[in-house]
Design a protein around this ligand. Sequence first.
Ligand SMILES: [Zn+2]
Length: 206
Amino acid sequence: MNLDHSIHQLENMDGNGKLWKRTDFARSLITQYNRKGSLSPKQEEWVNIIITENLAAPTVAKPTVTGLTRVIEIFEEASENLKYPKLVIQLGDGSDLKLSRAGPTSRFNGEVQLTDGRPYGQNKYYGRVTGNGELVLTGEGRRHEDELHSILKSMTTDLGAFAKMYGLKSGNCCFCRKELTHHSSLDAGYGPTCADNYGLPWGEKA
Ligand SMILES: [Zn+2]
């Protein structure tokens, strides 16, 4: 089979949460191929092995998480003010969770991507919220499934309260990651610029 086609198939499996086995290895092969335009014969063999393995993996009949269109809207509204709306909070295990809006050059344009915040190619990709508010998780994301679900739910319930909680916990604004220093920012849990960009209350008694 044509390697370009196989890599594309792997990328699609990853994007659709169907890359369960050897996820990190597969992603490193994708990155290397996209950078160099080729792979070694051994690596090429692995691409086909990984595809076969994942196609054969049993599908788990867990109900799909839906109803997250508000997550898409939050980032869509912010994209009127910011080129790359994103926020970073901490998971229970202390690792970062980054939510960012995919831009027009991405095939996931407008969708919200969930990663550990490290640079592309080195990061863990947890999954994405699709345009119709569905949470699609990768194998990696499934390990944090309940936590990711509850984080997204609380975000859609009250973005201000959400940003405040994570801001005060870390001491940094979850949107721009700047340290909260002014007393008004310390009260709010985020800064005035981000309040403006994300349509959050500012200067009122919360
Ligand atoms: Zn900020």
